[in-house]
Design a protein around this ligand. Structure first.
Ligand SMILES: Nc1ncnc2c1ncn2[C@@H]1O[C@H](COP(=O)(O)OP(=O)(O)O)[C@@H](O)[C@H]1O
Ligand SMILES: [Mg+2]
Length: 337
């Protein structure tokens, strides 16, 4: 009888232990699932996992550091620092003109152009000028300029970046947006390029800030002959693909990027920033829709969805009729990269 009782107790104990182990296992699985929940921010990497759409990284500083670790890409990134009173001053003394931008900004909001202007015969008269939106402010000394800038940053962390003197179209600066995507058959491919001419009174080119969208080939046409233009566009494609590969090493969820390129007077491409959730709408404003179609086809293959009411949106302006129809350059049409 005693023996039987002991046996029963033993069985009950084993069952209890198994039950506890099972509960612990379930809890562990739940915890992992919770971490992977779409939209949850992972603190260490600054990644926002947004379900099927892949990762969105808004931290410009983190992305810049990742890209600058690659020696080839480093040559195409303007010197960038976290903005402090000292770093802004140092960069202004070094470059004369810098851009400052919110670390987690978008659509050109809060971006400012800051200049140190030296005037007078002796070069003694110095002033500091900065522009935010359409407002220009002028100061005779750095202290007061910085105080005002700081008010305009509204307490947000900012970056300071060497200013690039963009090439112009009809007297207005423009830059280039290149979209690079994961191809359905594997690898990365540059799938679209547009250029954005700044609003006449603004220092940013973003479509949402009154920038005008043009085919890149059209705008480069007045700065380079055909051979040079094609070579330059290929160069931007190759930098774009390298950028995507490098970013994916640090952020494995990335499926697409939008690189903002500035071109200086020597037509050197500079990476101003990399977007990890690029907007397709500027491509909808071109008369040639082949790049838009490709971008959407590739995006849908990795689960991105697109709203198609681009023309109704306030952002962006239709390209001027004078731009005419320009097919995508041959290297953009096909090919796996
Ligand atoms: N270093 C720079 N030199 C010249 N222009 C710049 C520079 N940085 C930004 N800009 C201008 O400001 C715009 C917005 O800056 P960007 O870094 O792309 O931030 P956002 O995320 O707000 O688009 C760019 O498209 C470009 O026109
Ligand atoms: Mg941008």
């Amino acid at each position: 009888m005693r023996r039987k009782l002991r046996k029963i107790r033993k069985i009950r104990k084993i069952r209890k232990i198994r039950k506890i182990r099972k509960i612990r296992k379930i809890r562990k699985i739940r915890k992992i699932r919770k971490i992977r929940k779409p939209g949850k921010r992972l603190k260490r990497t600054n990644i926002v996992l947004s379900g099927k759409r892949g990762s969105r990284i808004s931290d410009k500083w983190a992305k810049t550091k990742v890209l600058r670790a690659n020696p080839m890409l480093r040559r195409h990134i303007p010197l960038t620092k976290r903005m402090t009173k000292v770093s802004l001053r140092t960069m202004l003394l070094k470059f004369g003109m810098v851009y400052i931008k919110p670390n987690r900004g978008s659509q050109g909001h809060g971006v400012m152009k800051v200049e140190r202007i030296i005037a007078g015969k002796t070069g003694r008269k110095k002033s500091f000028v900065y522009q935010l939106d359409e407002k220009r402010s002028d100061f005779s000394n750095y202290e007061s300029a910085y105080r005002s800038i700081l008010r305009d940053t509204k307490g947000k962390p900012y970056l300071v970046q060497k200013g690039i003197h963009l090439i112009k179209h009809s007297g207005r600066p423009f830059d280039t947006r290149l979209v690079v995507q994961r191809a359905p058959h594997g690898g990365w491919e540059a799938t679209g390029t547009i250029s954005r001419v700044a609003h006449p009174r603004k220092i940013v080119t973003n479509g949402s800030q009154g920038g005008t969208i043009y085919p890149t080939a059209f705008l480069l046409g007045s700065h380079a002959n055909t051979a040079k233009r094609i070579a330059l566009m290929k160069k931007m494609d190759s930098i774009g693909v390298k950028t995507a590969k490098r970013l994916r090493q640090a952020y494995p969820g990335i499926m697409e990027i939008g690189v903002d390129f500035a071109l200086d007077s020597k037509l050197k491409p500079w990476i101003l920033e990399v977007n990890t959730h690029p907007d397709h709408c500027p491509f909808a404003l071109l008369s040639d829709q082949s790049m838009l179609r490709k971008i959407i086809r590739y995006g849908k293959a990795y689960g991105r969805t697109y709203r198609m009411n681009c023309l109704k949106a306030k952002q962006g302006l239709l390209p001027e009729r004078s731009t005419g129809r320009l097919p995508a350059p041959p290297h953009m049409r096909t090919g796996k990269r």
